[in-house]
Each structure stands twice: as C-alpha cells, then as structure tokens.
Design a protein around this ligand. Structure first.
Ligand code: HEC
Length: 160
C-alpha cells in the first residue's frame, strides 16, 4: 500500500516536472523563433546516417527507462543504477559518439543532452543508496529528473 502510494505520488511528480519543463521550453521556442504553429521545435540538420544512428539510440534510451523501472520494481536498485550509468549517464557518452554528434547540435540541445547524462548519473547514485537506506523515493525522484531531460529536449528540437 505504501509502495503504491509512493509510486503514485512520484508519478504525479514526474508528470508535473516534465510538463513544466516542456511548457518552459515551448515558451522559449516561441520567443526565439516567433513560431506560433503547434510544432515550435527547432529543426536541427544532422548528416543522414547520424540521424538514423541518433534515432536508434533514442529507442535504446526508452528501452533503458523500461529496464530501469523493472529493476526498481524487482528490488534490484543496483542493477537499475548500472543500466542508467552505462546507457544514459556520463559513462555512455563515448558509447554514443557524443563528441562528434555534439558538433552538429545548437548549444541548447547540447545542454539538454548534458542535463540528461548528469541526471542519469545522479539517479545511479540514488539507486545505489537504496541498497543502504531501503528508501526508493529519492531514486524515483531522480529518475523523474532524467525523464524531464528527455521531455525538455524533445519539446525543443527535431531531426526530421
Ligand atoms: C539532447 C536532446 C534529446 C534528449 C536528451 C533525448 N532525446 Fe529522444 N529524441 C531527440 C530528437 C531530436 C528526436 C527526433 C525527433 C524528431 O525528429 O521528430 C528524438 C526521438 C526520440 C524517440 C523516437 C525514436 C523513433 O524511433 O522515432 C524516442 C523513443 C526517444 N527520443 C526517447 C528518448 C528518451 C527516453 C530520452 C531520455 C532518457 C531521450 N529521448 C532524450 C532528442 C533528445
């Protein structure tokens, strides 16, 4: 019951953080580009193979979130932390060829990417702590910040 309540509360938290973030971004998009259409995302031109590589990588990001959630639910917080660090965190940067890709990104998009990598590494630390404290809440909150970084970048930029 308590766990269900925590999950519910953090779910609402995650949603609202993501919403505020997206709203914020949309607002900025309007100010910077004067676009009033529904899709205010900035188009970013990547070389074609890099578009496919990035989009495929994105699907792995989503898969990683699923696996993290399942590991948390299965009382394997350390596994959740490891997935986050390796696939989304600072350790994943080389894996993604981030340095090369970053040269094609506007500064705001680079910052959104960095925010995600840092949030994932912070989540990994919180997930490690669960093993000691037994309290899932800080880890779930940190996972919400990772998702907010996904939402923030998606609200601002497109590749196609
Ligand atoms: C730095 C920016 C950025 C971050 C951070 C980011 N994404 Fe993306 N993502 C994109 C862009 C750009 C697209 C392509 C959108 C388009 O062109 O319509 C995309 C597309 C996707 C897609 C669609 C893939 C497909 O097959 O079409 C998924 C799923 C996705 N992202 C998941 C995630 C998840 C989950 C996270 C966070 C863990 C995340 N992304 C973080 C920029 C980002």
């Amino acid at each position: 019951m308590r766990v269900a309540l925590i999950a519910l509360v953090s779910g609402v938290l995650v949603l609202s953080v993501g919403y505020v973030n997206a709203q914020h971004h949309m607002h900025q998009g309007k100010m910077e580009h004067g676009a009033s259409a529904v899709d205010t995302r900035e188009f970013v031109k990547f070389p074609p193979q890099l578009v496919e590589h990035t989009i495929a990588n994105m699907r792995d990001h989503l898969l990683a979130l699923q696996e993290i959630n399942q590991a948390l639910a299965g009382s394997e917080p350390e596994k959740a932390g490891k997935i986050a660090e390796e696939r989304l965190g600072m350790s994943s940067l080389r894996l993604h060829g981030a340095a090369e890709i970053a040269t094609f990104m506007p500064q705001g998009m680079q910052d959104a990417g960095t925010a995600m990598h840092k949030a994932a590494s912070r989540f990994a630390i919180q997930a490690q702590n669960v093993g000691v404290t037994g309290d899932l809440k800080p880890a779930i909150g940190a996972l919400g910040e990772v998702m907010a970084a996904c939402v923030g970048c998606h609200a601002g930029y497109r590749l196609k």
